[in-house]
Design a protein around this ligand. Structure first.
Ligand code: F6R
Length: 340
């Protein structure tokens, strides 16, 4: 995938949600039963949809959603568990291992993939499988990967209104791309401006637990994978109990740091105050503090508005560094070495 393809994915993200919505997800009647919990198993670009589902479900669902990024599943998985196995390629070894374990433990499984071994195994084992369009980098397929997860919870009666929430995501992102897309020059383009602020510096992304939490993680992973540079993230209120103390020395390193604060109207009132006070503590120490606000009404629209801005920032930062955002040579090398 070339740089242009990554650009067209970014532009086309709202249409990924729109492509999955009409077909919906209808699970066989045997799936409609009580579960104790839901576990989403995946890695990297395929796992983050699970994180979004976890925080989205916390706003409404009566049972917890947990995310697993490993070969092994936790001991509590058993015949009362619903396990959603997600791998864009369908060939990620940790995820294949988790699939096998979930079967052995008697869990109910649903697979979301574009193909690979996972699709074959699911068909052979009579496991429900949602096939999504292939051919993208997994991190570029976030709309295809997340939408089925939300619709599965809606079909099972665990979440209400997922379809409406996703329609709002589409509207908000379609409006946003006019302002931050490639046709909007630097002067009026927040994403390009932030990318320039981050160039040659060390970004720290600060979000808030349960609100902008996964957006902060997405900013981090997208800047890592697209712009190929180091970036770290942390969350309020926890960071006020450790990281905030680390802005005293060494001055030279601090002078390279740009803190990006992701703000959401639903942040706890004390977290809002904590963000303001934290700004006071660090403002004379770091190169810059950038603040961004979420847009939209529902949880999903607010999350994706922050994530979409971060996606564009990472793309423009790659441009600033003269780098093709698409290849992930270190991930490919690791996968090929492990397969030898
Ligand atoms: C590459 C990317 C990676 C992959 C991860 C797992 O764009 O985002 O983080 O998502 O290596 O691969 P899949 O998603 O195929 O299971």
């Amino acid at each position: 995938m070339t740089k242009e393809k990554m650009a067209s994915y970014l532009w086309g993200l709202p249409e990924q949600f729109a492509a999955i919505l009409p077909q919906g997800v209808q699970l066989p009647p045997s799936y409609k039963r009580e579960y104790r919990h839901i576990l989403v198993s995946g890695l990297g670009g395929s796992a983050i949809g699970g994180d979004v589902l976890r925080t989205y479900a916390q706003t409404q669902a009566a049972i917890p959603v947990v995310v697993n990024r490993d070969y092994d599943l936790p001991a509590f998985i058993g015949d009362q568990s619903l396990v959603l196995v997600v791998s864009y390629s369908g060939n990620t070894e940790e995820t294949l291992g988790a699939y096998r374990q979930a079967r052995e433990k008697g869990a109910t499984l649903i697979v979301v993939t574009s193909g690979g071994k996972l699709a074959d195994w699911a068909r052979d084992d009579n496991v429900a499988v949602v096939i999504i369009p292939g051919g993208l980098s997994p991190r570029a397929a976030t709309g295809y990967l997340f939408t089925p997860l939300a619709l599965i919870l809606q079909d099972l009666g665990i979440m209400k209104g997922a379809e409406e929430d996703i329609k709002e995501v589409i509207e908000v992102l379609q409006a946003m791309r006019q302002a931050i897309g490639p046709d909007t020059p630097w002067e009026g383009n927040t994403a390009r401006q932030i990318a320039r602020d981050l160039k040659g510096r060390l970004p720290l992304i600060w979000g808030s637990t349960g609100h902008s939490e996964i957006a902060a993680l997405r900013w981090k992973t997208q800047i890592n994978e697209n712009a190929k540079c180091p970036v770290f993230y942390n969350l309020f209120p926890e960071l006020n109990h450790n990281e905030i103390v680390g802005f005293e020395v060494p001055e030279e390193i601090l002078s390279y740091i740009v803190v990006v604060m992701l703000r959401d109207p639903e942040d706890h009132i004390q977290v809002k105050k904590r963000m303001d006070i934290s700004k006071q503590i660090i403002q004379d120490k770091v190169a810059k503090i950038v603040e961004v606000d979420s847009q939209g009404q529902g949880f999903l629209a607010r999350f994706y508005s922050l994530a979409y801005l971060g996606d564009y920032v990472s793309f423009y930062l790659a441009e600033e560094y003269g780098i093709n955002p698409t290849p992930v040579a270190s991930i490919d090398f690791l996968k090929s070495e492990l397969n030898r």
